[in-house]
Design a protein around this ligand. Structure first.
Ligand code: C2O
Ligand code: CU
Ligand code: CU
Length: 528
């Protein structure tokens, strides 16, 4: 299992692409126009497409008591030390140098711990940077004030520390933490700096009781990423204009993995922690799609479960799902599968659109489990939007950079005013209009929002739509990241109310980390 094998298999299966010139028909008008990709798009080094892994599968690293991805429930102050370590990733030729968050607490050492907290808890970590470059931690999805949010303005150099202190006000859900320094987020996250945070509350307690779920046993975080390994085990990375796509899918840092499951209901907390790849996920029994329930997204549980057979999951998004293995007999092999989505157009270079197995589930033994998926999970109320201001936000590419309303991040002025100034206690509708051939998962700091409507969606999204507003199941509930497909228009509602007592400066950016590092990011301000 090494990079060369993957490339070789990619060539054999004919999945490589190296197109430079396209005939445009799907790029909005001008059918039949021939364009040549700007340098850096069409002439990118070919992307080795992940293909079916061969050889022995590796047991999935199930978060629990291990050092790596162990569950950590903080009490009081503690320190996240960012450092590099050597780690043997199963199936990879040599040891991999990773950048990680290390925590020592109660006589234990954790590496990239999955942090467990309860709504209302006070969280007081210190970041101690032992990397050779600046960094800062951002708590993706948590509603945290500017001073604690991990804005690049607060980045610290090697040897320096940054203290955080805030109270968890969010509902139960699966959040995550990752770096956010200027221009290096993609690099640092790719090299390992990323993990999950699990927030719990009463809704969570009742779901767990109803389904007899146990974290680390039948309630399992699955952090899905794509990496490329060199033959010596080191990671290969390039900051590409369209985003970096790895040739090896990993789940909880395990390539080519399997998990043994009992014939009962499992909960999986999926996080797309990839730099750029959009997954179209399903569970397959042979060629048959196995239905499952979506029960939560970024901002926590939905009001009720939604039965689906496929979901799209863009970088930054989370999907909390229930899979019932109860009807499968001992020995059944199921796949978590990524299908082609066809969403990136030729104008977007068609990047990152390949088909492969993400991991395998092996049904084992028998079970007397008889719990049923509850019909209610939580109470959510829609943000009232009648008569509110709509802010139209154009996504474009100009001079080889993806832009938000024509703007790009100013690295010399991290607190720059980009003209998004919003009053506290107001609701706005934001309408994204994507004028590019590439999808962009748009993410806001500081708030969870609601998706209202999709217009002019590509076929895959239209097929997954479950209502008259063109929304997919994963558009329901409280969101912090939303996919905006090529030439699509997406409307969201945001309630900008905050109680932090001073003006908040938050980031708004694309979660394709290379787009973001190359400037597809702005500040917005919410007055005191
Ligand atoms: Cu994952 Cu600025 O965020
Ligand atoms: Cu964020
Ligand atoms: Cu983007």
């Amino acid at each position: 299992m090494n990079r060369r094998d993957f490339i070789k298999r990619g060539v054999l299966s004919g999945l490589l692409f190296s197109p430079v010139t396209y005939v445009l028909s799907s790029c909005g008008g001008g059918g039949g126009t021939v364009i040549t990709m700007p340098p850096g798009m069409g002439d990118m080094p070919p992307e080795p497409a992940p293909s079916q892994p061969v050889g022995d599968k590796n047991p999935l690293l199930v978060p629990g008591d291990e050092e790596l991805l162990g569950f950590f429930s903080p009490t009081g102050e503690f320190t996240f030390t960012t450092k590099t370590i050597q780690h043997q990733i199963p199936g990879v030729g040599g040891r991999t140098t990773l950048m990680v968050y290390e925590v020592s607490s109660g006589g234990k050492t954790y590496v990239n711990p999955i942090v467990r907290l309860r709504k209302g808890d006070r969280f007081k970590p210190t970041l101690k940077n032992e990397l050779d470059e600046e960094t800062v931690i951002h708590w993706h999805g948590l509603r945290v004030d500017f001073n604690n949010d991990g804005h690049p303005y607060f980045s610290v150099d090697r040897g320096e520390e940054l203290r955080y202190d805030f109270t968890i006000i969010d509902r139960s859900g699966s959040f995550w933490y990752h770096p956010h320094p200027h221009g290096r987020t993609g690099y640092q996250a790719y090299f390992g700096l990323a993990s999950m945070m699990i927030i719990e509350d009463e809704d969570e307690d009742s779901l767990r009781n109803t389904l007899e779920l146990e974290l680390g046993k039948t309630d399992i975080p699955l952090i899905i990423q794509d990496k490329s390994f060199n033959q010596d085990g080191s990671l290969y990375y390039q900051q590409r204009l369209m985003g970096f796509y790895g040739d090896t899918p990993v789940v909880n840092l395990t390539p080519n993995s399997y998990l043994e499951v009992s014939p009962r209901i499992y909960r999986f907390r999926l996080l797309n922690g990839s730099n750029a790849r959009l997954f179209r996920l399903s569970i397959k029994n042979g060629s048959e799609l196995v239905p499952f329930h979506l029960i939560g997204v970024e901002g926590g549980l939905l009001s009720s479960p939604i039965r689906v057979t496929e979901i799209l999951l863009a970088p930054g998004e989370r999907a909390d799902i229930l899979v019932d293995f109860g009807s499968f007999t001992d020995g059944t092999l199921l796949k978590l599968y990524n299908s082609r989505h066809g969403i990136t157009t030729a104008m977007g270079g068609g990047v990152g659109d390949s088909e492969f197995e993400v991991m395998e589930f092996r049904v084992k033994g028998s079970s007397t489990y008889d719990r049923k998926v509850p019909s209610e999970l939580s109470t959510l109320s829609p943000i009232p939007t009648s008569g509110v201001f709509t802010r139209v936000i154009n996504i474009s590419m100009f001079q080889r950079r993806f832009r938000i309303d024509g703007k790009v991040w100013d690295t010399n002025n991290p607190l720059k005013d980009y003209g998004y100034n919003i009053n506290n206690r107001t609701v706005e509708v934001w309408e994204f209009i994507n004028n590019t051939g590439m999808y962009h998962p748009m993410h806001l700091h500081g708030y969870q929002f609601q998706v209202l409507q999709r217009i002019n969606s590509p076929q895959t999204i239209r097929n997954l739509a479950i209502d008259g507003n063109g929304r997919m199941a994963t558009d329901y509930g409280w969101k912090d990241t939303v996919i905006v497909a090529p030439f699509e228009r997406v409307k969201i509602a945001i309630d900008f109310t905050h109680n932090f007592g001073y003006e908040q400066i938050y980031l708004f950016h694309c979660h394709i980390l290379e787009h973001h590092d190359l400037g597809m990011m702005v500040n917005f301000r919410v007055r005191a």
